[in-house]
Design a protein around this ligand. Structure first.
Ligand code: GLV
Ligand code: GLV
Length: 327
């Protein structure tokens, strides 16, 4: 009989599903909400592969329910913080993800969030609809420009790197970055590697593109916001948990920093009565960094191809295996 694949969402772009349909028996979670934990534990039993997304926590308990035939977990995401990587590696289960194909779209969205925040795009737009546009005014809705400013990028991976390249054409004065390793390619945008306090103290814009790991969890705490300029704008395109969100709320309320733009929060979705939604100096987006039709199609196809490579017995042909050099 055909190998079985558990797919944790019904709305996977069809280009990806079509790659899998003929060869495999697909078990597709068919409700619009993320698969509940109990359903995941039940449905993973006996499958050869899992096609998951970032709302599915894949840990030891899940793997214990799966059985030893499970060969690959492929996530339709670049982030893998929802997956217990070492548990999968111990069981020799391959891990697929989708780097590269979302670099441009995510970098573009981070720029959109940066400009929306620095130029009051959201509030200005709402003001028009609320009848608050009374006349052209010399000072109304004034934001802050990017040209001549210092930008700090925390986590110079593919996405951070692309954001920096784009910002160079905005004529920023300087790009600082904080990263574990020196990135030689940062010479493309005259990037300067600095330590974390230096980056926080000297940046007009602080952009986070670091992966969420035990080391980066809550790295933006009240100490970090206190290091930043009072005029600083903070943009998070990473994961909500790189921020101590209460510390961010306090920093925005007390004008410790000027404003924030976040594509990621804790929790997701944010309840509509959440304190963060009441803050005028915060722009919130619903985790849409990679959300272009082109990118999501490619993400679905790569996730499918990662599964096919392993199930066909050619794991070395996975287009994007986690941990492989150059992936
Ligand atoms: C998005 O956040 C992703 O990890 O793909
Ligand atoms: C990591 O998420 C990256 O590709 O920048």
């Amino acid at each position: 009989s055909k190998p079985k694949i558990l797919i944790t969402r019904p709305d996977i772009p069809v280009a990806g599903l079509n790659l899998l349909r003929k060869r495999y028996h697909l078990i597709i979670w068919d409700k619009p909400e993320p698969i509940p934990r109990a359903e995941l534990l039940a449905k993973i039993y006996g499958v050869d592969a899992v096609f998951c997304v970032l709302t599915d926590k894949i840990d030891n308990e899940v793997l214990d329910h799966a059985g030893s035939q499970l060969k690959v977990v492929a996530s339709m995401s670049v982030g893998l913080d929802h997956i217990d990587i070492s548990s999968l590696q111990k069981r020799d289960i391959k891990i697929g993800y989708t780097p590269n194909v979302l670099t441009e779209s995510t970098a573009e969205l981070i720029i959109a969030l940066l400009l929306a925040t620095s130029r009051n795009v959201v509030h200005a737009n709402l003001a028009v609809y609320k009848g608050e546009w009374t006349s052209w005014s010399p000072v109304w809705m004034c934001g802050t420009g990017l040209a001549g400013k210092v930008v700090g990028i925390v986590g110079l991976g593919r996405i951070g790197f692309r954001v920096a390249e784009i910002l160079k054409s905005f004529n920023v004065a300087k790009i600082l970055y904080f990263n574990r390793t020196v990135k030689e390619e940062a010479s493309n945008f005259d990037g300067e590697k600095v330590d974390f306090p230096m980056l926080l103290q000297n940046s007009d814009f602080v952009i986070v593109t670091v992966a969420l790991t035990p080391q980066t969890r809550y790295m933006f705490n009240s100490w970090a916001f206190n290091q930043m300029k009072k005029t600083a704008i903070f943009v998070n395109g990473s994961r909500g948990d790189v921020v101590d969100q209460q510390a961010l709320i306090d920093a925005l309320k007390n004008n410790t920093i000027a404003a924030a733009g976040v594509d990621v929060t804790t929790p997701e979705p944010l309840p509509i009565d959440h304190e963060l939604l009441g803050l005028e100096n915060c722009v919130i987006l619903p985790h849409i960094g990679s959300a272009t039709i082109e990118t999501r199609n490619e993400m679905a196809c790569i996730t499918a191809k990662n599964i096919i490579a392993v199930l066909e017995g050619n794991p070395e042909e996975m287009p994007a295996e986690y941990g492989k050099v150059n992936s």
